[in-house]
Structures are given as structure tokens and as C-alpha cells.
Write a protein that binds this ligand. Structure first.
Ligand code: BES
Ligand code: MN
Ligand code: ZN
Length: 483
């Protein structure tokens, strides 16, 4: 629970104050600490003490005013919250501070994000680890902005709940979360927040002709589900944006089996699905006035006597034939049928697909930048604007036609892999063959949707990326106050 108010500080158990290295404060104690170099407000520095009333004061350094970026501020908040958690306080005041380039609304959103994400834990199966949800009051905010800030707190809180839902879904193991239970979780989110969820079973998927999707699914005892989510926030307008999330609830690699060291995190291969479900929840809770359709072709890539095999030639909903050279390049097979479905049956104008698609994107961009392939410069620019607002990072890779020869088929129109070279690009361009020239963004989140190390905002596991950006991309309103 987060509120904006000017309270008597004595009623709080703890206050958090942000300090710039290169700015004077009006606090004697802070200036003394700076002079004595006990605490100088450097980036990453933290200091706390008890006051005479036996409450705590936490000071967090931000570094130099001009150098602080949005994410640095969020991380500083999270760092302070981790300290507050250790001090076991549950009634905290955070002093509002001006951050370079952020308007009051954006600063408020950043505070909500830092506070809520620092408290997140996936503790369903580890009851000793309690999540931390203290009572937080934002102090010293500009009075005339208070009302607006309350609105922003609600909006940001709903978005972060979407991030948290995505994390929870990714962290859930594959023995609990399989296509049917993933669909149930989506249906629950829809019911609680206000979007429609339709779940299509194997027979219905067959009737639609989603042959590529069915091939990937056929080795598993868990039947595939096509999860269709509809949110019509502006029913008078018939323009719809389409989100497609990769929903492999587990990826063994199939007969092109993964080595066990790269299989243990493959419960996270539905990170794209988790992100689109989290985004739909955030949009619906905030009653955003846009129309969005999200589709997840949920299945498991498993081995059995009935699995698809390397060398198989398979069909697809779009009618193109595909030679399966590697059963571990399964994501694109499920995605292209989901894309054909969302274009032909849901009539979307634009498409964003989100997928843990290639290990190659980790090699190219690491764990903090999502790789992008797009057929449309304007749509990509919109993504960059959304990313600036959300603090999530993106980088576009070229979809030059010189790559086409790598995945054009010998025995069928297409091959499902283009080999090791340019793996993220050929995977994206394979999908592009199915988007029918609609404005399209492909987000390869294999590096960004999971963290092994974690930080103050994100424990090991699902990160919830890129829910915040997808939300901003749909909302698309530009804040006139920010610099
Ligand atoms: N789900 C994996 C990609 C992945 C790798 C996600 C690491 C998260 C972390 C995907 O299905 C896959 O196996 N891709 C192959 C493609 C290759 C066979 C062309 C890969 O990246 O090795
Ligand atoms: Mn795979
Ligand atoms: Zn996969």
C-alpha cells in the first residue's frame, strides 16, 4: 500500500532520503556526514541510523544529478527497501525528490516500481521467505500534484502487478504449469481484471488447421491449448493491436535434445506468454481505452514415440510447408500459426510477438537488452519511445534479405533453422514470412525474461520483461511534462 501525504514523521518507523553527491541538502546531519566523508551521496552508497525517537533513517546515494537515469533511481529505491526489510519496519516514509528528466508522474511511477518489485518473492513453495509489503507514504511531494500522483500510483501499481503475474507464471515449474493450467491462470486473470478469455482445445486447433503448432505439441501427454484473450477498451473503434506470446510450458528440445545444463531453466520458455497475460491484466485493470487481442499457442516440447522428428516436413495454418531440421527450433513453429490465427480470425492491424526464441540473442545482447526484428520503422520507433518510459531496453537487428537464403527450404518452402550464424535474425525473419506485411515487431526475450543472478528489484527467476513496455506501447500517450 502506497500513499501520498505529509505526515508527522514521528508516526513512521523509518524514513528514506535520497541524496545527490553534488547537491547541498538542508539537513545538518547530512552535510556533516558529507564533510566527514561518512556518507557522501555517491551512487550505490547507503547509510542508516536510529533517531532519538528510536526510529530509523535510511540515506541512499544517487550520485551526480545530471548522471542519474530512471533505472538508477528505481534501483536506489529498491536498495533502500531491502535495507528497510532487514530492519523489519513496516511503516515507511519516502521523501520525494526531483530526478533529472522525469516529471512528477514518472517519478511517482518509478517509486511504485522500486517499492513493489523490491518486495517481490516467489515463495509459494518456500514459506520461510515472506514477501515484503510495508505501508509506504511519499512525503514532501509538490502539493498541487498530489491528486495526479494518487492516480499515477494506482496506474503504476496495476502495471507492476502485471509484471509480478508474469514473474509468478515463469517461476511456476512445468509439473504445475502446463498448457491447461496456464490457460486456467489466464482465464482467472481475465475474470478478475476484466478481459475475455477463450480457450480452444486440440480438436478446435485441428479444425483451424494449425498444423505446425500441433506438430510441436504432439509428443507431450499434455494437450495443447490456444489461449485467446480479448480486451476491447474502445469498442467504438475497430482498430486492434495483436500480441502473440510464445507459450512453451517446457522445452526439452525434443529429439534434438538439449544438454541437461541448458534444460533446467526451460520451464521459462513461456516467458512471452507470461508477458502478454501480465500486460492484458494491466491494461484491463487500468481500463485503457484501446483494443488488444492476445494469443498464446501453449504446448510442451517433449519426447515420446509420437514426437515430431528432424527431417519431418510439416504444414502450417498459412499453408506453407516447413522442413524441420531441428526439433529444438520449435518456438517459431508455434508462433507462426498463432500469428496466422490472430491476423485471419481476429483481424488485428499490427502485431507484436514476444518470445524466448533463441540462445543466440544472449550471445549478441546479453541479459538486459531485448533483441528486435521489425518490418516497420515507425512501429519500431514507437517501441523505443515506450521503452524510454518503461526503462526496458531494446536493440534492433537487421532483417536484410541476404539472410533469406539461410532458411529457404530444399525440400519445402522453409526450413525451421538457418544454422548457427545470425540465429536471432533468421528466427525472426522466419516469422516475418507469416505476418502478411502487417506492421510487426518481434521481441526475442530469451536473454531478458530470466535472471540467474538477480538484483534488488528482481530475485533469481522470471523478470516480468517486457510487460511494462508492452503496456506503454499500447497506451502510447506521451507525457508533456517530461523533458
Ligand atoms: N527456448 C529456446 C531458446 C532459449 C535459449 C531460451 C536459452 C532461453 C534461454 C528455443 O526453443 C531454442 O531451443 N532455440 C534454439 C534454436 C536453434 C535450434 C536454431 C537455440 O537457440 O539454440
Ligand atoms: Mn527449443
Ligand atoms: Zn523454446
Amino acid at each position: 500500500m502506497i500513499q501520498v501525504k505529509d505526515l508527522n514523521v514521528d508516526s513512521l518507523q523509518c524514513t528514506i532520503t535520497f541524496v545527490y553527491e553534488d547537491q547541498q541538502t538542508d539537513s545538518n546531519i547530512l552535510e556533516k556526514m558529507k564533510a566527514k566523508k561518512v556518507f557522501e551521496g555517491k551512487s550505490g552508497q547507503i547509510f542508516y541510523r536510529t533517531t532519538n525517537d528510536l526510529n530509523y533513517e535510511i540515506f541512499v546515494g544517487l550520485g551526480k544529478y545530471e548522471e542519474v537515469e530512471r533505472n538508477d533511481f528505481v534501483n536506489a529505491i529498491a536498495k533502500a527497501m531491502k535495507q528497510a526489510e532487514k530492519l523489519n519496519v513496516d511503516n515507511i516514509g519516502i521523501y520525494f525528490i526531483k530526478v533529472n528528466g522525469l516529471c512528477t508522474g514518472a517519478t511517482t511511477k518509478a517509486i511504485v516500481e522500486g517499492v513493489k518489485l523490491a518486495g517481490y518473492k516467489f515463495n509459494k513453495y518456500n514459506k520461510g521467505k515472506e514477501s515484503y509489503n510495508p505501508y509506504v507514504t511519499i512525503l514532501g511531494a509538490p502539493k498541487e500534484k498530489a491528486e495526479k500522483m494518487v492516480e499515477k500510483i494506482t496506474e503504476a501499481s496495476n502495471v507492476i502487478d502485471g509484471v509480478i503475474l508474469a514473474r509468478d507464471l515463469v517461476n511456476e515449474p512445468a509439473n504445475i504449469l502446463y498448457p491447461e493450467t496456464l490457460a486456467e491462470r489466464a482465464a482467472l486473470a481475465g475474470k478478475e481484471s476484466g478481459f475475455e478469455v477463450e480457450i480452444l482445445d486440440k480438436n478446435e486447433i485441428e479444425a483451424l488447421g494449425m498444423k505446425a503448432f500441433l506438430e510441436v505439441a504432439k509428443g507431450s501427454i499434455h494437450e495443447p491449448k490456444l489461449i485467446v484473450m480479448r480486451y476491447m477498451g474502445n469498442p467504438k473503434n475497430n482498430e486492434k493491436i495483436g500480441l502473440v506470446g510464445k507459450g512453451l510450458t517446457f522445452d526439452t528440445g525434443g529429439y534434438s535434445l538439449k544438454p541437461s545444463t541448458s534444460m533446467d531453466t526451460m520451464k521459462s520458455d513461456m516467458g512471452g506468454a507470461a508477458a502478454v497475460i501480465g500486460t492484458m491484466q494491466a491494461l484491463a485493470k487500468n481500463k485503457v481505452q484501446n483494443n488488444v487481442i492476445a494469443v498464446v499457442a501453449a504446448c510442451e516440447n517433449a519426447i515420446s514415440g509420437g514426437s515430431y522428428k528432424p527431417g519431418d516436413i510439416i504444414g502450417s495454418m498459412a499453408g506453407k510447408n516447413i522442413e524441420v531440421l531441428n526439433t529444438d527450433a520449435e518456438g517459431r513453429l508455434t508462433l507462426v500459426d498463432a500469428i496466422t490465427y490472430i491476423i485471419e480470425k481476429e483481424n488485428v492491424e499490427k502485431i507484436v510477438d514476444v518470445a524466448t526464441l533463441t540462445g543466440a540473442v544472449l550471445v549478441a545482447l546479453g541479459t538486459e537488452i531485448t533483441g528486435v526484428i521489425s518490418n516497420n520503422d515507425d512501429f519500431y520507433d514507437e517501441l523505443l519511445v515506450a521503452g524510454k518510459r518503461s526503462g526496458e531496453k531494446f536493440w534492433r537487428l537487421p532483417n536484410d534479405k541476404c539472410f533469406k537464403k539461410l532458411y529457404k527450404g530444399d525440400f519445402a518452402e522453409l526450413k525451421n533453422t538457418g544454422g548457427r550464424n545470425a540465429g536471432t535474425i533468421t528466427a525472426g525473419m522466419f516469422i516475418e514470412e507469416f505476418v502478411q506485411d502487417k506492421p510487426w515487431l518481434h521481441l526475442d526475450i530469451a536473454g531478458t525474461s530470466w535472471t540467474d543472478n538477480g538484483n534488488d528489484c528482481t530475485p533469481k527467476g522470471g523478470t516480468g520483461a517486457p510487460v511494462k513496455t508492452l503496456y506503454e506501447l499500447v497506451v502510447k500517450h506521451v507525457c508533456k511534462h517530461s523533458k
